[in-house]
Design a protein around this ligand. Structure first.
Ligand code: ATP
Ligand code: MG
Length: 400
């Protein structure tokens, strides 16, 4: 007798009506992908349930992996037995005894298979009596048990579980289309990417850098952040845009107070072109209302003017501390705070306009022509596919 299965629950997806099949198939694929280093471990679907078959493998590392997969609401180690009363009794007893600290227990039977001759209420009593008769020191407490022995009698077999581990929730990555994440080296944008992924969005990333003003290490930092996000999905394609010439031109030709706004507008124009090429229908940013001068309502209104693409801003209403907490949870924080220069921190106007107006910006932009430099930047994009397998840069391993 042993816990040889992990029962996967995908709560929210049950609400999705006709799409349910698509969600479940994707979830199964994502779990399979995540567990591909464990060749003996299999992922199976039965009606309304998904299971990981351990085939003798230690459960803990598998559970840890499953805790990084969006779409899993909760999971439980399970014992699988035949739909046979004696086997069910034995498994329930094993589950109870396996949990030494518990004193008060309850049994909760669900009989999905109506061909099974004993109804669930009677089964609760039969199993409860069996457990009391074969153990010492346990009490039944249906309202406040230390342990609930759950028994699901299904068509193909019966599953016994006794504990629940919370999953990440959300939707399986790949079920909500793709978004282009504007990924800086900061704290916010990786968290924004994570939250978009949580809603089933597959991410590609775009990063603007300005060599030689920004270093190789600053670039590597962004790749490391992307790599950390691959833990929650698969590989991430990172588009690295050479931004030096454009930034220099903007800061030379545009009034200083407006340079930041115009730079952001050009980032969006370039991002839109990448979206078109990659068949991506939205962008995601780490913008947060009120955090910095460039993130006022007026500023967003003016920057947003240049694109019709929906912009997902998962952090828009969050408090900075909530964002930091999340970034610590998803382990991007330590990388994000490494002190490497960002293209936006190098070209900083002394006093950026906090309320840049559309008409003003349009007027300034009409005095210059950045088209050629934009095309040049787009042609110069370097694409790097970051996978969850790629080793960290040794330098960063020292620091983390
Ligand atoms: P973050 O912590 O994500 O760097 P921030 O608080 O520094 O954000 P801003 O500098 O105003 O805020 O940037 C707002 C958003 O613009 C970022 O969250 C990111 O999505 C995008 N962004 C900024 N700089 C870059 C860059 N160099 N490359 C790609 N996207 C960027
Ligand atoms: Mg930043």
């Amino acid at each position: 007798m042993q816990y040889d299965h992990i029962l996967i629950r995908y709560g929210e997806m049950a609400l999705k009506g006709k799409n349910i099949k698509k969600f479940i198939v994707r979830l199964q694929e994502n779990i399979q992908h995540k567990l591909k280093d464990f060749p003996d471990v299999k992922v199976k679907r039965t009606q309304g349930r998904m299971f990981v078959l351990l085939n003798g493998h230690e459960p803990e590392p598998i559970i840890e992996k499953c805790k990084q997969i969006f779409g899993i609401q909760s999971l439980s180690l399970a014992i699988k037995v035949e739909n046979d009363l004696d086997e069910i009794k034995e498994a329930a007893l094993y589950a109870l005894k396996n949990n030494e600290s518990a004193e008060k227990f309850k049994v909760a039977v669900r009989r999905i298979n109506k061909d099974f001759p004993t109804d669930s209420q009677t089964m609760n009593q039969v199993l409860g009596s069996h457990l009391l008769a074969n153990t010492k020191g346990y009490k039944v407490d249906v309202h406040n048990p230390d342990i609930a022995i759950k028994v699901e009698i299904r068509l193909e077999a019966t599953y016994i579980t006794s504990s629940v581990t919370q999953g990440l929730g959300g939707l399986p990555v790949g079920t909500s289309g793709k978004s282009l994440l504007l990924l800086s080296g900061g704290i916010d944008s990786p968290v924004a990417g994570y939250l978009a992924m949580k809603r089933g969005v597959k991410i590609e990333a775009i990063h603007f850098h300005s060599p030689p003003f920004t270093s190789e290490r600053a670039k590597q930092k962004v790749l490391d952040l992307a790599k950390q996000l691959t833990k929650y999905g698969k590989e991430i394609k990172v588009h690295l845009v050479p931004f030096t010439k454009l930034q220099q031109a903007i800061f030379k030709e545009m009034p200083e107070g407006y340079a930041m706004t115009i730079m952001r507008r050009i980032m969006l124009r370039i991002s839109e072109r990448v979206c078109e090429n990659e068949s991506i229908l939205s962008m995601t940013t780490g913008e947060n209302l009120g955090q910095v001068a460039s993130q006022t309502m007026e500023s967003m209104h003016t920057i947003n003017e240049v694109t019709n693409y929906p912009i997902i801003r998962p952090l828009i209403t969050m408090d900075k501390q909530e964002i930091i907490n999340l970034s610590e949870e998803i382990k991007t924080y330590d990388t994000s705070i490494l002190p490497y220069e960002d293209c936006c921190t190098i070209f900083v106007p002394k006093s950026p306009k906090t309320r840049p107006r559309r008409d003003k910006v349009n007027q300034f932009e009409s005095m210059a022509d950045f088209t050629e430099l934009i095309n040049e930047a787009i042609n110069g994009i370097e694409v790097i596919k970051v996978s969850d397998k790629q080793a960290l840069d040794p330098f960063f391993e020292d620091l983390l």
